[in-house]
Design a binder for this molecule. Structure first.
Ligand SMILES: [Zn+2]
Length: 201
């Protein structure tokens, strides 16, 4: 009994477990059914004047109305319930729980969490890729503005500025290469790097 408490069962397993603890005799007794020496009793399913429900070892059957069943069906009939509700009521009484055990639910929750994280990351990588493409476009534009013609190389300030822009362009191109890679790990590293270097917000 102690072993069964709080164990987890499939629907069919719960029915079996209930039957192991709740006999037909328990159900009949609880329902107030008086069983005669001839193993007959008043039917639980129809308005019976003379006992027409036969009581067997683990089920009953009424030869007048044709209905009957096991301990759970008797409990259901006595309480005016559907069988499935009787199963729930008895399962609750005996402390059975349906569904997957906690370890399985936990694993499932972790997988869900992981999947969400991966979807979010894929989205971030894509957003970073387009963001950097746009940044690269802007950088090339500034480069062209800074050094409109080779003669501008004589301007030391312009040269220094162009050098800075060129360095960022190199960085962005390298990160873009990685973001466009086929390997998830390389993409993740690139995303991290892009944040680290302040290339994306
Ligand atoms: Zn009957």
């Amino acid at each position: 009994m102690k072993y069964l408490l709080h164990a987890h069962y499939t629907a069919g397993g719960i029915v079996q477990a209930i039957k192991g603890l709740y006999s037909l005799q328990d159900a009949l007794q609880e329902a107030g059914v008086k069983v005669g020496r001839n193993k007959k009793a008043l039917c639980l399913w129809h308005s019976d004047r003379s006992p027409s429900m036969h009581v067997y070892r683990d089920k009953v059957h009424c030869f007048a109305c044709g209905r009957g069943g096991d301990a759970i069906d008797v409990y259901a009939a006595a309480n005016g319930m559907e069988t499935k509700d009787a199963v729930q009521a008895l399962a609750a009484r005996f402390g059975f729980q349906s569904g997957a055990p906690p370890s399985v639910r936990r694993r499932w929750a972790m997988q869900q969490h992981q999947a969400r994280k991966e979807r979010q990351q894929a989205h971030d990588i894509e957003a970073a890729y387009y963001g950097l493409c746009s940044l690269l476009h802007g950088l090339r534009q500034s480069m062209a503005d800074t050094l409109p013609e080779p003669a501008a190389l004589d301007d030391e300030e312009a040269r220094a500025q162009a050098g800075k822009i060129a360095a960022v362009i190199t960085d962005v191109e390298a990160v873009l290469d990685e973001l466009g890679s086929e390997e998830e790990e390389r993409k993740r590293q690139a995303l991290y790097l892009a944040h680290e270097r302040g290339l994306i917000g």
